[in-house]
Write a protein that binds this ligand. Structure first.
Ligand SMILES: [Zn+2]
Length: 445
């Protein structure tokens, strides 16, 4: 079936329970009789050939995932080229509002998870770093996954690493039980293993000392798993995700998006190593936002360092770095504007020159028509609640762009991407306006 769900499926629940690795069970004589007594159509090869022995629980080769189960496409770069189409799109549904995935999804996800784990085990067995670990350590890790059900183990001994599906040949030193999406989040680096254990998302049994020792190879396991996941596609396991875990994963996605947008702005020199910051409303909790930390070189920032804030600008996790010093600027906008999902404050050079030179913002380029009204805020000390108040007032009920005199630029939009597009567009139009002014000053036009 090549991992695909047939177009015509009489009983989709059959697929929901299907597993490649379980023993195939023939229906009892009573079940067959009751099925025969039904008036609907029914097809089963088990009924047609009742004498055939049950299939062995042998596992198939690695399943090549179909495009439908590959990784969620990342937003492409080159935003300006897609401006027009993009702005016509209505704001996306928050993950919590998206419809429940159909049963067929779960079937595909079982295949995708199987493919990722199989590839991971193959790589782990050949990996030098893990072999070096096996020189000094003898241990068996057993993973027992649910939703979809999948068991596998990694064994380390005498400089050799063995990884295989199923249960280990000897008693495991460590048994880790969790839902498949928890493993996926852990081994792709989105969820910390210790946190998963402490919050009960992962249960482990066995030798605690060996469990602690295995922390040493956590980075290697993440490296190997992530490589396979990038190659064969990430299993979309959210169909079966419990609400608490879904929150963790969607939060991880939001912070990941913050990071990738920040890196893109940094590459364009719209934010500097320690100038500029961005925030996004939390999809699971609209009265809280994620914001970039303060005084942290942007080039080295990691998604897990984003700080949760309430709308008064207070950090909600003291164990994380100090939130951006412009937190009052961000939260003043969120308090005033329920429609705003994301705020970007950049130190855009051309936009700053435009504001200082008091050159009016004019729609000289096509992208300018999407920008709308551009507010100008007089100079106020950075990091103060007064600056936040002034920017929120200047944006008003529907403004998206404010130029901060002698300082930079603020964009507020229904998504991080739109705020980033606005930032880039304002900077581009500002550059053209400033250069035009120079030409006019030189008497060239
Ligand atoms: Zn600033």
């Amino acid at each position: 079936m090549n991992g695909q769900v047939p177009a015509h499926l009489l009983n989709p629940t059959t697929l929901a329970k299907f597993s490649w690795t379980d023993t195939r069970v023939a229906p009892s004589a009573e079940t067959v009789q009751s099925l025969q007594a039904q008036s609907q159509l029914g097809v089963s090869d088990l009924m047609a050939r009742p004498a055939e022995p049950a299939l062995s629980p042998q596992t198939p080769d690695v399943v090549t995932p179909t495009p439908s189960i590959s990784a969620t496409p990342r937003p492409a770069t080159g935003w300006l080229t897609r401006l027009r189409g993009f702005f016509r799109v209505s704001p996306k549904l928050a993950p919590s509002e998206s419809p429940t995935a159909p049963v067929s999804h779960q079937f595909n996800n079982a295949n995708a998870m199987h493919a990722v784990v199989t590839g991971f085990l193959a790589r782990a067995s050949q990996d030098r770093a893990l072999q070096a670990y096996a020189e000094t350590t003898t241990a068996i890790q057993h993973y027992v996954l649910s939703e979809p059900d999948l068991r596998f183990y990694l064994s380390f001994a005498d400089g050799q690493v063995w990884g295989a599906l199923g249960d280990p040949p000897h008693a495991a030193d460590l048994t880790l039980k969790m839902k498949a999406e928890v493993l996926d989040a852990m081994l792709s680096g989105a969820l910390d293993g210790m946190r998963a254990a402490m919050s009960g998302k992962m249960k482990f049994a066995g030798d605690t000392r060996k469990a602690m020792g295995m922390q040493k190879i956590q980075r290697d396991l993440i490296r190997l798993y992530s490589a396979v996941r990038a190659e064969v596609g990430a299993p979309n396991l959210q169909a079966a995700v419990a609400p608490a875990v879904r929150q963790t994963l969607s939060a991880a996605d939001e912070r990941q998006e913050m990071l990738s947008i920040l890196q893109s702005l940094y590459a364009q020199r719209l934010v500097t190593a320690n100038g500029g910051n961005l925030s996004v409303r939390q999809s699971a909790q609209r009265e809280q936002v994620w914001i970039t930390p303060s005084a942290m070189p942007k080039g080295e920032l990691r998604a897990e360092w984003m700080v949760p804030l309430d709308l008064q600008g207070r950090s909600l996790d003291e164990s994380l770095p100090t939130p951006s010093s412009e937190r009052f600027l961000h939260t003043a906008i969120y308090r005033a504007r329920p429609d705003v999902q994301a705020v970007i404050h950049s130190h855009a050079r051309w936009a700053t020159i435009l504001a200082i030179a008091e050159i009016p913002f004019e729609p000289v380029l096509t992208e300018a028509e999407l920008i709308g009204r551009v507010a100008v805020v007089p100079y106020l000390a950075p990091g103060t609640p007064e600056l936040g108040q002034a920017v929120a007032e200047a944006l008003g009920a529907d403004g998206q762009v404010a130029l901060l005199k002698n300082h930079g630029l603020v964009t507020a939009a229904p998504s991080l991407q739109q705020a980033a597009i606005l930032t880039e567009s304002v900077e581009r139009v500002s550059e053209v306006l400033v250069r035009l002014q120079q030409l006019r000053g030189n008497g060239a036009c």
